[in-house]
Design a protein around this ligand. Structure first.
Ligand SMILES: Cc1ncc(COP(=O)(O)O)c(C=O)c1O
Length: 376
């Protein structure tokens, strides 16, 4: 039987046409018209003034943080329940990340705890220029509460929307809430450029400066002249073409992921201790992008571990939710504001195969294996 992946890229002849066009046009090295068009299309979709296509979401976070004045001698409160890249980008700048626990309901950062951390750190005389909340598994943070709290305190918001393109909160799109935001087009995301990312902002000057830094900080003179340290962070024209094809199909891919989540929810409804995360969307103005269907199994022991292991033995890729950064050996020395919520989600939470290209027969196979394990 073929292996079932967690979130395999869904590529069709639409993407093929875009990539062939980029290759035949001769715009290979490295920028070109597909990059410009991709930036315009994504920024218009998200509802921000502009965008900068980059080689990764991590690069986008790095440039966003540099713009926000994050660097040596500053501290940055950040979601602890996330992928390491979020926190690594803060470390690249020379600042100290401060890890903030999640709320139990959906794993997104605990807004009250985040604001309390800002106040505590400032009361100690520390500089807190910005915070980095993560729209976890494609669901927006509660920005209706967070944004006013940050505005009162004069703290900048850098939104890690790497997983959340296509999600929205209170009528606004993920990636439009902060001074700047990062998207990822990594291979397993809601849409992909094979590898890539994007910096979003309403501030075009911010994007100009980031564009300059992302292309090795070259001064506009005929020879190579540098007055700043730059980076090689731009996305290529060929990959942008792939992204444009994916963007045309984004709504259809989100719709298929939603259908997949509904199939899981229906099949697991009889297990009283199993919660499918994000299922109350229909009744609210909160729309996640269903990137990865996540279940929480409220049982003693090691339910997440058991499920991941049993499914792996049947060639089905399920994963633990992110292991919180405050439990990672590499961040053991970092300050953290912890309630125990994300430790519990790590013990009980599993992400299930959710790729838009999965057939109903493959979802059926996952459900059979999962149900057998849950009945044990
Ligand atoms: C929450 C989060 N932040 C940042 C990243 C980094 O994005 P990239 O892999 O494109 O560098 C990812 C995904 O990989 C992510 O899931």
């Amino acid at each position: 039987m073929a292996r079932i992946h967690l979130s395999k890229a869904d590529i069709t002849e639409v993407e093929e046409r875009f990539v062939v066009d980029a290759m035949r046009s001769g715009w290979i090295a490295p920028l070109g018209p597909h990059v410009d068009a991709f930036e315009a299309e994504v920024s218009s979709r998200v509802g921000v003034a502009g965008a900068l296509a980059l080689s990764s979401g991590t690069a986008a976070l790095h440039l966003a943080l540099l713009d926000a004045g994050v660097g040596p001698g500053t501290v940055v409160p950040v979601s602890s329940l996330t992928f390491a890249a979020t926190v690594n980008a803060i470390v690249y700048t020379g600042a100290d990340p401060v890890l903030i626990d999640a709320q139990r309901s959906d794993g997104n950062v605990d807004v009250d705890l985040l604001l309390e951390a800002v106040d505590t750190l400032r009361a100690e005389g520390l500089a807190v220029p910005a915070v980095v909340p993560v729209d976890l598994f494609g669901r927006c943070v509660d920005y209706s509460r967070l944004v006013p709290g940050l505005q009162e305190r004069g703290v900048l918001l850098v939104e890690d929307a790497a997983e959340a393109l296509g999600a929205s909160h209170a009528g606004k799109h993920a990636g439009s809430f902060g001074r700047s935001a990062a998207l990822s087009f990594n291979g397993n995301k809601i849409m992909t450029t094979s590898g890539g990312g994007m910096l979003l902002s309403n501030d075009l000057k911010l994007l100009d400066r980031a564009r300059y830094l992302s292309t090795q900080a070259r001064q506009p003179v005929p020879w190579y002249e540098h007055t700043d340290i730059g980076f090689n962070y731009r996305l290529s024209n060929i990959l942008a073409a792939l992204g444009r094809g994916q963007l045309q199909r984004l709504d259809a891919m989100i719709a298929r992921r939603r259908e997949i989540r509904d199939l899981y929810a229906k099949a697991l409804a009889s297990f009283e201790d199993v919660r499918v995360r994000g299922r109350s969307d229909q009744d609210t103005d909160e729309h996640d992008n269903c990137w990865l269907t996540t279940i929480v199994v409220e049982r003693q022991g090691t339910p997440a571990d058991d499920i991941v292991r049993v499914l792996a033995a049947q060639d089905i890729e399920a994963r633990h939710v992110w292991k919180p950064m405050h439990l990672q050996p590499v961040f053991a020395g970092n300050r953290a504001f912890v309630t125990g919520a994300s430790d519990e989600l790590f013990r009980t939470g599993v992400t299930l195969p959710s790729g838009a290209a999965l057939g109903d027969d493959e979802i059926e196979r996952v459900i059979d294996a999962l149900s057998a394990q849950l009945e044990c």
